[in-house]
Design a protein around this ligand. Sequence first.
Ligand SMILES: Cc1cc2nc3c(=O)[nH]c(=O)nc-3n(C[C@H](O)[C@H](O)[C@H](O)COP(=O)(O)O)c2cc1C
Length: 283
Amino acid sequence: MSLTASTKPAPTDADLLQARYGAAAAPAAAGKLNDVLRNLLAHRTVRAYLPDALPAGTLETLLAAAQSAPSSSNLQLWSVIAVEEPGRKARLSQVAGVQPHIEQAPLFLVWLADLSRADRVAAARGRTMEGCAYLESFVVAAIDAGLAAQNAAAAAESMGLGTCYVGALRNDPERVAAELGLPPRAMALFGMCVGREDPARASDIKPRLPQPLVAFRERYAAPQAEVELVAKYDETLSAFSRSHGMGDVNWTSRLFARMGSVKGLNGRDRMRAMMQALGFELR
Ligand SMILES: Cc1cc2nc3c(=O)[nH]c(=O)nc-3n(C[C@H](O)[C@H](O)[C@H](O)COP(=O)(O)O)c2cc1C
């Protein structure tokens, strides 16, 4: 079922759940949805944008939503850079293996794990921030940045905008750092296109793994029928891919392509060394 913006009338709760899981795997016991839940369930990545500028104040609203996310100990070890300059977006698109939506979208947000502010606070007091040298601090910063970014994405979607995360910036973190003038111990984790979707190339809700494959009660318990459930999900995702002109891609093939060999990491097998070059000791 297609649930793009042009679909009339508005999708029912059952439509949304079926689109999210495929008809056979939609959780029958799910409760009634409210507007926030309907927005979350209707999420879809947008990779085709109109050139329209964003309404005044959009960036500030997205930032307020991002900063409303919880933050570990309220340390707020993240920053974001709003990129609108066409040349800069083009260069960042090159790093990301040329993703045209980066140049199309009027706004490209780059989300940073940022320990540099903590370093500056310490330096201003003639001290050092010893904890910044540890892997744990990077993990805290990356979690905080992810939560903030997803708040911004959900906010954008609630405003009728589309988003596309761009993890491919990690193909070359040093080049991104140079482009954005990042200080030591700040790293771009991912970018995010924000803009109005081109209705002529609207995307659709992509089905997810069924709940029994990802969620357990009380203790970890991979289902006995894991292989069969994965096979069914592969069929659902293949059908989705075919009907959206994306070939016969399923979850298992994507998993192997990305994680089945070091080659699939696209050069990111050198992440530790690349991060160390950016000042993250990762002790
Ligand atoms: C951290 C992260 C990085 C991603 N990087 C890219 C990317 O570089 N290019 C892209 O087109 N999509 C990217 N995506 C979008 C995913 O491909 C997309 O979320 C996934 O296929 C599920 O589709 P959906 O968001 O439409 O439900 C990324 C998503 C996340 C969360």
